[in-house]
Design a protein around this ligand. Sequence first.
Ligand SMILES: Nc1ncnc2c1ncn2[C@@H]1O[C@H](COP(=O)(O)OP(=O)(O)OP(=O)(O)O)[C@@H](O)[C@H]1O
Ligand SMILES: [Mg+2]
Length: 252
Amino acid sequence: MKVITVANQKGGVGKTTSAAAFAVLLAQQGRRALVVDLDQQANLTTLLRVDPRNATGDVLDPSRGQSVADVVQRSEFGMDVLAASQDMETLDLALALAPAGQVRLRDALAVVAGDYDAVVIDCPPNVGLLTINALVAADVVVAPVRASDINSVTGLARLRTTAERSGPLRADRAAPPILPLLTVYNPKKVADGEIESTIEQGLKVPIVGRIVATTKVERDANKRRPHVAHRPDSTVAEGYREVLTAIMGQPA
Ligand SMILES: Nc1ncnc2c1ncn2[C@@H]1O[C@H](COP(=O)(O)OP(=O)(O)OP(=O)(O)O)[C@@H](O)[C@H]1O
Ligand SMILES: [Mg+2]
């Protein structure tokens, strides 16, 4: 089981869009996928058309202590979803007060490791304890960077620091690799090229993929349908497919 965490504390950079794309593509490839929605906005939960409910809190809050298998919902797009809802707003505090509150997601996922080929975790736009849990559980961290938004590059640098600091919580595993993913990318815009070189030269991390900007992604999201499910042959779907292959290897 490979755990793919999608994180950047900057808001609106394409985290949920990317997590939905990976989840739908995994299911299309016949892989057993679990989605974990850690964001109380529950955007991924609603995009995958399952009921918003605090299933994530049921598992992570020690006073509730349910198992993943008991509270997942099946999405019509072919993956299991550990749903989020607005009721999650106190979960960060519950984790802060809990013993081993940084590793509860890792431990909950270990129980279902045999049931899934991949887990996709969508993070909220901050570095609270939910994001820390996602970094501790991660095998790989995909960090969407919105091409026109220099602040999302700063977010990337801070994410890397946070991931390195979470290292001691990962037992004998090294800090997870961070893969910057350019989103809402326009190859003709000079500024977008400048962001690319800032990331590659400044932060010394290779970019894992470039997802072009198209209003169709936004229009599909507004209609509550994941873009890659609705348009599997689009350039955006192809871009996400290449990134997923880089992470998971070729589908069987
Ligand atoms: N390739 C793209 N082209 C055009 N628009 C895009 C693309 N990818 C994402 N978007 C749009 O950008 C907006 C932000 O995307 P998304 O919700 O995935 O970001 P996020 O990082 O999850 O935000 P938040 O931090 O609030 O959770 C959405 O309106 C989405 O439809
Ligand atoms: Mg989001």
